[in-house]
Write a protein that binds this ligand. Structure first.
Ligand code: PRT
Ligand code: ZN
Length: 225
């Protein structure tokens, strides 16, 4: 659906995935002039444009065909897919590869002073999260009757601020949970960055270019192993 004949790839502009995305494109041989703070960077050696956006916008841009490819955390992808399905919008993408960066887990946590708790404890509790759809699916699956408080940031302070009893947030080293006196519980989702493609892409020259890049991607992954 993208009207450009250049392959459009959406990556995170600035954040935890940006450097790895830029390094990956470089390893794939895509030359870019990223110095300028522009939304679009044109490749100088391939018919590729890189769109630099907020990570939350990437699934929608690829699902709607505004971009042909995107690199995004599976956490953000799954949340966007669940939200779109609930709104009866197109949520389909082809996951071309799981990438070896951006690893984290979406886990439950609660104030340490409460000690170890089992799943039943969550009944009747409020859980703050930035991932309401993934959390609701988990609660349904586990038959837990808790309410979900949506926060777009600072989720880890919610219990202390009296906004929630527990949280469901991304964890990498665990330092943030510890610094906020929280104890980590069940992992709801394990996530890596992944490469996604618009499911309706039919442009033969773009598909041929993707076919050319994919073995390079495999080569990069093997070289790291
Ligand atoms: O501005 P934009 O919307 O693009 O960026 P953002 O602020 O929404 O996202 P960003 O850059 O923080 O993260 C982008 C992606 O990186 C996430 O969607 C995940 O897929 C992945 N990722 C990997 C993480 C983490 N590790 C991570 N540790 N995303 C966030 N965190 C946060 C977490 O929310 C918590 O606040 O880091 C804190 C916990 O880290 P530890 O090491 O203390 O456990
Ligand atoms: Zn974001």
């Amino acid at each position: 659906m993208s009207n450009s004949n250049r392959l459009r790839i959406a990556i995170q502009k600035s954040g935890r995935l940006s450097k790895d995305c830029q390094a990956l494109l470089k390893q794939l041989g895509v030359k870019l002039n990223l110095r300028e703070q522009r939304l679009i960077a044109h490749s100088t050696n391939m018919p590729i444009d890189v769109l630099r956006v907020r990570d939350d916008d990437i699934p929608g841009l690829v699902m709607d065909g505004v971009c042909d490819l995107g690199i995004v955390g599976e956490n953000v992808l799954e949340e966007a897919q669940a939200e779109r399905l609930r709104n009866e919008q197109c949520a389909e993408v082809n996951k071309l590869a799981k990438l070896d960066f951006g690893f984290c887990r979406l886990a439950l946590a609660w104030p340490q002073e409460l000690g170890q708790q089992d799943k039943d404890w969550f009944n009747g509790k409020r859980i703050a999260t930035t991932y309401p759809e993934i959390l609701k699916q988990y609660l349904k699956r586990e038959n837990i009757d808790a309410s979900v408080v949506m926060l777009t940031g600072s989720v880890e302070v919610a219990p202390r601020a009296g906004l929630a009893d527990a949280i469901c947030d991304l964890v990498s080293t665990g330092a943030t949970l510890e610094a906020n006196g929280l104890m980590q519980g069940d992992t709801i989702l394990e996530s890596n960055a992944c490469l996604i493609q618009n499911a309706a892409l039919t442009d033969q020259s773009k598909l041929a270019l993707i076919d050319k890049l994919m073995p390079r991607l495999k080569g990069v992954k093997q070289a790291k192993e």
